[in-house]
Ligand binder design. Structure first.
Ligand SMILES: Cc1cc2nc3c(=O)[nH]c(=O)nc-3n(C[C@H](O)[C@H](O)[C@H](O)COP(=O)(O)OP(=O)(O)OC[C@H]3O[C@@H](n4cnc5c(N)ncnc54)[C@H](O)[C@@H]3O)c2cc1C
Ligand code: SF4
Length: 327
């Protein structure tokens, strides 16, 4: 691990002030950053501890949505009564991730910015365009069973590993950012970048910008939601494929639906293609299959991950059945 300077920020202004240093990283729960520092993948020269910032509340917004502070721990968010009642997909996604100990440390902001689990990214002995731009991608011709099939490029096929972000994508969340000069709000659908020729750039966040909160819009009465995750082990494992579905029904008709996939995309993958197939149609097996076909139509497989196409389709169909059958 490279030596670094440690600073503790006690308020948002001092965090942002400290954060303007080149080579700076904020640390929240540390469950991604510290791991990667030990592996020499992340080499910050300054680490700004943001755990004392007053960003720990889950609050009702004026229009009936929820504002989640960036330091709210994954466990607290998953067990919050408003989240469990109105946004079950988010609670389920959080509880499907990591382990209880990790969720007690992991924060909302840190979860959004966790890095890929691509083995070659995490091992500095291998070339990796994301870690070292222009060095090559070891996964494309390597072992790529866990890698992405949607949004890939010839430079990177790494999957985004977050479960929480997939649920938030289907809930149409927005992210509030504070930088040295201004505050801004970015829709989560615009927050993540596909790798293209610059896989080292993963989000639109600018150097020194702090995530202060995530806002979920109000859900209409009667909205149902569900998160389904498929993985190699029943717990403490990242998704091979997952689906988040948020739906409003009118009898057996799907009035409105939002769909996002995890474990298969280079970013948490919202599928408007699948939504368009289902919206206004009957909740039938045939329509679910058509939606799953549409969601995976652009899939590009590599040597070891063709199984993900079938797995993701089945995961989405199953999630749609559960949501639309809920009473
Ligand atoms: C063994 C293991 C298993 C796991 N399994 C899963 C899983 O199944 N599903 C899943 O989704 N996740 C899983 N995770 C990942 C875990 O959810 C993340 O490590 C965690 O959410 C990161 O949050 P953190 O607060 O610890 O982030 P940190 O490690 O503190 O930070 C992560 C990154 O975010 C930046 N950052 C943090 N907060 C802010 C902020 N407010 N503003 C700007 N930048 C910020 C940091 O600079 C850093 O770059 C697993 C992790 C481990 C170690
Ligand atoms: S898939 Fe991306 S993260 Fe993995 S080795 Fe290739 S460039 Fe690096």
């Amino acid at each position: 691990m490279q030596a670094f300077q440690y600073k503790k920020a006690n308020n948002v202004d001092s965090a942002i002030g400290a954060g303007s240093t080149a080579g700076m990283k904020f640390v929240a729960g540390g469950t991604t950053l510290v791991d990667l520092m030990k592996l020499n993948v992340e080499r910050p020269t300054t680490v700004v501890d943001i755990n004392s910032l007053p960003l720990t509340k889950i609050e009702r917004t004026s229009d009936g949505g929820l504002k989640i502070g960036a330091i709210v721990r994954n466990s607290d968010l998953a067990h919050d009564a408003m989240v469990q009642k109105e946004y079950p997909v988010l609670s389920q996604a959080l509880l499907s991730g990591a382990s209880p100990q990790l969720r007690n440390m992991a924060t909302t902001g840190g979860n959004l910015l966790q890095r890929t689990r691509c083995y070659y990214f995490r091992d500095t002995a291998y070339p990796c365009n994301k870690r070292k731009p222009g060095s090559g991608c070891s996964a494309i011709d390597g072992f790529n069973r866990i890698h992405a099939i949607l949004g890939t490029s010839e430079h990177c096929i790494a999957t985004n590993p977050s479960d929480m972000a997939v649920a938030m994508m289907a809930l149409e969340a927005t992210v509030q950012l504070r930088g040295p000069k201004a505050e801004r709000t970015v829709a989560l659908k615009d927050f993540y970048l596909v790798p293209g020729s610059t896989p080292n750039l993963e989000t639109v966040i600018a150097p020194g910008e702090l995530i202060t909160s995530v806002t979920l819009p109000r859900v209409a009465d009667g909205t149902r939601s569900y998160y389904l995750k498929r993985r190699d082990r029943a717990s403490y494992e990242f998704a091979l494929a997952s689906a988040a579905v948020v739906a409003q029904m009118q009898g057996r008709r799907v009035q409105r639906v939002r769909i996002a996939l995890g474990g298969v995309g280079t970013k948490p993958w919202r599928s408007t293609e699948a939504e368009n197939v289902l919206q206004g149609r009957d909740a039938s097996e045939q329509n679910f299959n058509n939606a799953a076909e549409a969601a995976l139509q652009g899939a590009k497989v590599t040597h070891d991950n063709a199984f993900k196409v079938v797995l993701a389709k089945r995961t989405l169909v199953r999630a749609l059945k559960v949501v639309t059958e809920a009473s």
